[in-house]
Design a protein around this ligand. Structure first.
Ligand code: SF4
Length: 344
C-alpha cells in the first residue's frame, strides 16, 4: 500500500559530504523536437541516432514506484525532464499518479514548444510549476541556439498560458554562450521584468561529450550581473532553501528577481541535493557523471521495495560528487553522460 500522502515520514539519506537527498530529476524520454547546440547537437543526434525504444523506457507505473521509494529517502521535489518531456505521450497520466503525493513539489522543465496546448491539462493533472528554456527573444539567435525553425512567439504564448492556468512562478532558463546570445541578456531581463516570471541565466556547461564546450564560450555570471546592474539596479538575496541552484538577485525597484546558475565559475556542489533518473532507469548522482546504476534491472527482476530502497541508499550514501569544483580542461574531455539523456 503506497505511503499516506499527508503523513509522509522519511529517513533522509546523507552522502559522504553531508548532503541530504532532496531533489529527484526524472527524465521521461531521451527524445526532443529541438536540437540545442549545447545539449543535443544535430551532428550527433541526427536522423540515424538510435533513441530509446518504447519498451526500454520506464513505464509510468515503474516511475511512480521509484518515486515512492525515493520519497521514503527524503525526496521532497520531483522535476520531470527529458529530452523534451512533453513529447512523451499521455504525460498527464504520470503527473496524476505523482500528484497523489500532495506535499511533493512536482515541477517540469520544457522547451515550451508544446506548452500552450498542454498547460491546462498539466495543471489539472496536478503539476505545480514549470521552467521553460528560452535562449533568446530574437528568432535568428533562437534558431542558432536550438537549431530548429521554431518561432519565439509560440514559446512566449506557452509561458503566458502556463501563467494563466496557475503554473507559477514560471521560471525561464537562458543558456548564455559568448558570441551567440550574450548580447541579448539585458533585453531578456527587460522583457520579463515586472511580469512575475523569473529569468535565470545559465553558464554554458561542459555537459556530456558532444557539445564542443570550450571555456572561452562561457560568459561568467559576474559579467552578466554587471551588465544587468548597469541597466537595472539589483542586489543579491538569500536562497529559498539549501541546494537552490540559482543565485537570486532582486530588482531594487521591487519588480521581481533574476537568477544566475554558475556551475563553471562559482561551483555549488557543496549544497547539491540532486539525483537524476534516466528514461531507462539509470540512476546518476551528478549531471557530469560518467556512469549510473541500473534500477530498471531491479524493477524488472521483481526486486522488492526494500531491495530497491537499499540499492538507492547504497548509491547515495557513497556519493562524493563535486565535478564543478574539480573541473579542468582535461575533465571536460571525459566521456560524460549526455544531458539530453538525464535532463538538466
Ligand atoms: S557538478 Fe554534480 S555535484 Fe556539483 S552541483 Fe552539479 S550535479 Fe551537483
Amino acid at each position: 500500500m503506497p505511503s499516506d500522502p499527508m503523513t509522509h515520514s522519511a529517513s533522509t539519506l546523507i552522502d559522504t559530504r553531508g548532503r541530504p537527498l532532496r531533489d529527484l530529476r526524472v527524465s521521461v524520454t531521451d527524445r526532443c523536437n529541438f536540437r540545442c547546440t549545447y545539449c543535443m547537437p544535430k551532428e550527433v543526434f541526427g536522423k540515424d541516432f538510435q533513441f530509446l525504444e518504447r519498451e526500454q523506457l520506464l513505464s509510468f507505473g515503474e516511475i511512480h514506484r521509484l518515486v515512492r521509494i525515493f520519497r521514503d529517502h527524503g525526496v521532497e521535489k520531483v522535476r520531470l525532464t527529458g529530452g523534451e518531456p512533453l513529447v512523451r505521450r499521455k504525460l498527464e497520466r504520470l503527473i496524476e499518479m505523482l500528484a497523489y503525493h500532495e506535499d511533493l513539489d512536482l515541477t517540469l522543465t520544457t522547451n515550451g514548444s508544446l506548452l500552450r496546448q498542454k498547460a491546462a491539462d498539466l495543471k489539472a493533472a496536478g503539476l505545480k510549476r514549470v521552467t521553460v528554456s528560452l535562449d533568446s527573444l530574437d528568432n535568428d539567435t533562437f534558431t542558432r541556439m536550438n537549431d530548429v525553425d521554431f518561432p519565439v512567439s509560440k514559446v512566449l504564448e506557452g509561458i503566458e498560458e502556463a501563467d494563466r492556468v496557475g503554473l507559477r512562478p514560471v521560471k525561464i532558463n537562458m543558456v548564455v554562450k559568448r558570441g551567440v546570445n550574450d548580447d541579448s541578456v539585458v533585453e531578456m531581463a527587460r522583457f520579463f521584468k515586472g511580469t512575475g516570471h523569473i529569468v535565470r541565466f545559465i553558464e554554458f556547461m561542459d555537459v556530456g561529450s558532444t557539445n564542443g564546450w570550450q571555456m572561452e564560450h562561457v560568459v561568467p555570471s559576474r559579467e552578466l550581473v554587471e551588465k544587468i546592474r548597469a541597466e537595472f539596479p539589483i542586489e543579491p538575496v538569500d536562497a529559498n532553501y539549501r541546494g537552490e541552484v540559482a543565485e537570486r538577485w532582486r530588482y531594487l525597484d521591487g519588480s521581481g528577481e533574476v537568477g544566475f546558475i554558475s556551475s563553471v565559475t562559482q561551483a555549488f556542489c557543496k549544497d547539491c541535493t540532486r539525483t537524476r533518473l534516466s528514461a531507462e532507469g539509470q540512476l546518476f548522482t551528478c549531471l557530469f557523471a560518467t556512469r549510473g546504476t541500473d534500477l530498471r534491472a531491479l524493477l524488472r527482476a521483481d526486486a522488492s521495495d526494500e531491495e530497491i530502497s537499499a540499492a538507492i541508499a547504497k548509491v547515495w550514501s557513497a556519493r562524493a560528487d563535486r565535478y564543478s569544483e574539480i573541473r579542468t580542461a582535461e575533465t571536460a574531455k571525459l566521456r560524460k553522460v549526455e544531458m539530453s539523456y538525464i535532463g538538466g
